[in-house]
Write a protein that binds this ligand. Structure first.
Ligand code: ATP
Length: 310
């Protein structure tokens, strides 16, 4: 891929660099690396700010599309082991856009009611409405990750789920959804350091759960389960992006790039008015005093410019 297709200060486009393609090997991923980005942390913060502005504008179009009964939507799936930074994405990337346009869902251990249904039941119910950016903090992938590693269902059951998940995602994509799946991959050492910090700082105790350690002890099994996810569920309509997560700023930047690109590609137009704009304008002017009306007509050029820019 030539550097020409790289956005802004990237050496290479993150969507090319990070995509899990056939033959991808998780064990070769350097989790402290920042693929495609040699500009360091400060420039990443500048770039994130710029992306935030662009994203907000694009998201407003998407929201307007939804408010006028449009069905297109975005689904961002976030996966990663404890401390990988999923929460930081919600705060620092999704937080850059209007919360009205976001539908965020976290998936923990299934409730009794959820367990009584098919594992995709709670996922379907959480799909965002048209015009929204849905964010899944964990997802149906837990049903082939923790469930596989902990042996919560027989092997034949979880083995069948990869194909089932692909079919489900194809259906969701066909209904007008752009799906972006991001796996935040932190190194074993960095995870240890982050967990230790949670124990050593009282204001972070709430983030620690004694259940995090047994999961950490199954590290290799989880890596194997993640590898299978990338091998079997990275599809054209719902690709996986595997993001080295030892640098939190890199993860945020990379996810923001992926999301902004997706919104850009959706190429949404402002919805057309379903009323007669000129007639409404004339009726409105009739409610205004002559002074204000004349200001309005003198200012017509500015108004037109405002409307174009808005
Ligand atoms: P996080 O670790 O994501 O910050 P948390 O520690 O607050 O969240 P919860 O969000 O309550 O915990 O739940 C996360 C836990 O739920 C994880 O250990 C995850 O593996 C588990 N979990 C999620 N989905 C399932 C599932 N389908 N089956 C079993 N366990 C699941």
């Amino acid at each position: 891929m030539s550097s020409k297709s790289a956005p802004g200060p990237w050496d290479r486009a993150p969507w090319d660099m990070l995509r899990a393609r056939s033959g991808f090997r998780l064990e070769d991923l350097d989790r402290a690396s920042t693929p495609g980005w040699d500009e360091g942390k400060n420039r990443a913060a500048d770039r994130l700010e710029d992306l935030g502005e662009e994203m907000s504008g694009l998201q407003e179009r998407l929201y307007a599309h939804g408010r006028t009964n449009g069905h297109r939507r975005v689904l961002l799936v976030l996966q990663g082991l404890d401390t990988a930074g999923k929460g930081g994405i919600a705060r620092h990337v999704i937080g850059l856009v209007d919360p009205q346009g976001v539908a965020l869902r976290s998936f923990g251990r299934p409730t009794e009611e959820e367990l009584a249904h098919h594992y995709l039941w709670r996922i379907r119910n959480a799909l965002p409405p048209g015009g929204r950016i849905g964010v899944f903090d964990r997802s149906h992938y837990e049903d082939v990750l923790v469930v596989r590693v902990e042996g919560l269902v027989p092997e034949a059951t979880w083995q069948a789920r990869y194909a089932e998940i692909n079919a489900f995602e194809a259906e969701v994509a066909a209904s007008g959804t752009r799906i972006i799946k991001c796996a935040l991959m932190v190194s074993h050492e960095e995870q240890g350091a982050r967990l230790l910090e949670r124990l050593d700082r009282p204001e972070k105790h709430w983030k620690y759960s004694p259940g995090d350690l047994p999961t950490r002890l199954r590290w290799d099994d989880y890596q194997e389960a993640y590898q299978a996810v990338f091998d079997r569920t990275s599809t054209d309509v719902a690709p996986w992006y595997v993001i080295p997560a030892d640098h939190k700023w890199y993860v945020r930047l990379a996810v923001a790039e992926l999301l902004t690109r997706t919104l850009r590609e959706m190429d949404l137009a402002w919805p057309a008015a379903d009323f007669d704009v000129a007639a409404e304008r004339a009726k409105l002017l009739a409610t205004m005093t002559a002074d204000h009306r004349s200001i309005e007509s003198e200012d017509e050029d500015n108004g037109a410019r405002r409307r174009r820019n808005g």
